[in-house]
Design a binder for this molecule. Sequence first.
Ligand SMILES: Cc1cc2nc3c(=O)[nH]c(=O)nc-3n(C[C@H](O)[C@H](O)[C@H](O)COP(=O)(O)OP(=O)(O)OC[C@H]3O[C@@H](n4cnc5c(N)ncnc54)[C@H](O)[C@@H]3O)c2cc1C
Length: 552
Amino acid sequence: MKQGNHFDVAIIGSGIAGSSLAAILAEHGQQVLMLEAKSHPKFSIGESMILETSEVMRSLATLYGVPELACFSSENYLPLIGTSHGVKRHFSYLHHTAGAPYDPQNALQAVIPKAPHGHELHLYRQDVDAFLTTAAVRYGATVLQNTPVEAVSVGEAGVTLETHAETYTADYVVDAGGFKSLLAEQFGLRDFGLQAHSRALFTHMVDVPEYPHKGEMPFAMSEGTLHHVFEGGWLWVIPFNNHVKATNPLCSVGLMLDPRVHPATELSPEDEFRDFIARFPSVYKQFEGAKAVRPWTRTGRLQYSSKRVVGDRFALLGHAAGFIDPLYSKGLYTTLMSVSVLADLLLDAHKDGDYSEARFSPLEVTTQAFIRANDRLVANSYKSFANPKLWSVYRVLWLLGAYTEFVKLSSVRALAGDRRRYYEGVRELRLVGGGFADFRVLADEIDGWLEGVDPKDDAAVSAVVADVRARLLATEWLPQAFAEVLRGKTYLPKRKLRPGLLSRDGGFLGRGDYREHFFAGVTPGALIKTFVQERLTYSVPAVRSRGLNRGR
Ligand SMILES: Cc1cc2nc3c(=O)[nH]c(=O)nc-3n(C[C@H](O)[C@H](O)[C@H](O)COP(=O)(O)OP(=O)(O)OC[C@H]3O[C@@H](n4cnc5c(N)ncnc54)[C@H](O)[C@@H]3O)c2cc1C
């Protein structure tokens, strides 16, 4: 209930986390105040989508009746969101060795399925964040831009927020203010004890040409997110101008380096970027004629988390809670899954006015588990970059973890029916593996082997590679396409649908514990029906005709 300057929930920051949460809560009758230090449109990072992020967007839109939240979940929404975003038809990782010519055999193109939802997007974030902030206003949130929160106090009866001109009170405060979170600072919550270790240099460029990959691949490199990986780091190339309807000439470019391997230099960021990539001639050539259109951002170490993310009457959300590394684009998935969990908890808490820390423990568990899982995955990936043989097998663990997580998210949305059952279904998720106990055992074993090997000891690496390959190939729920990658194939198939997928025993539904965990009670017929329904619901004509809350 809003009285004067009192709100049910106050949100600090209108990035993707704050604005998504504000829209949901406002639609559900909460009096929401969202305070933003800057004003939209403003530069923001976090541009490459993954299947899991898109799936959470669809679930948020459906569970909470906020269709805008699904608008960035596939290329099929371009008619509603404009043409400043790029498309993402694949994830490609090309491994390079300094001083050596690029070997196309060290490539992996993970093709994103087009059906049933359409390909993923490269998000031009300034437009995304402005769009979602506008949606929050339309749903009834009070949004004040150019209004930094200067101080917050959290008391037993409520919270107080101070800006330069006003004092506001609320029952609950969500700090979605990013790394510089006021509450993290005030309560001394920052934790830097993470395994991954990297810093970033990034900008938007024009005139970044196609990378001329030689060798068979389903898609050109420019049709998806390109990652050049090498010892101690990697480089992203995320074009927004990669489809026929594109109107945005920009391409996001970023270099991630482990400072323990590649210490910071005295050079300007642009000179450091060019000086660094000169050791990989084919990469250097890709950027020879490219020009930055905004100042480079150069960061210190990026990794941080929080000792806790909830307390009585407050929560840290999204980037305020923690961040690891954009290597697998898991940041937005972590952020939006946290938004989802918190929205449900806040709507529940509002019913009886109990905003105690204990009530919000599911957010604590999910956020911390996601950050820790990403940390281990990223740290071991960087380690494996030092030896292409190691990377050639470790990347299959990444693929398997992402695939199973997406399958679980999708099946929970399809089977849940209501919000309660949805949250019961996603409670066990840990970023990768879909909450499947056998995946956790497998990942633990492989991660342990990675952590125990010296990537420069070629004999030891060969032994670990053989063990990882054998362990994965012996896993009966390993998709056939991933087994082919382990046998040397450099891409996943463009066409994912094949007759064997519906075989009663061992097709897409799998068998045994796997089937029970991911598809309990689902028949091949029901699977086809869901697939067709999804395809119809998210087709371009359906998206166009539904529009966005017409008549509101
Ligand atoms: C280099 C890099 C690359 C990334 N790439 C990817 C990627 O490809 N894919 C992916 O999924 N994720 C990626 N991420 C992660 C992604 O950026 C985050 O998950 C996401 O942007 C977090 O959104 P947020 O709303 O929590 O924070 P932010 O977008 O940081 O928003 C915080 C907002 O709070 C405001 N604010 C701060 N302090 C105050 C205050 N005191 N008062 C009022 N307002 C305040 C800020 O102005 C800002 O608008 C990347 C992250 C980094 C660092």
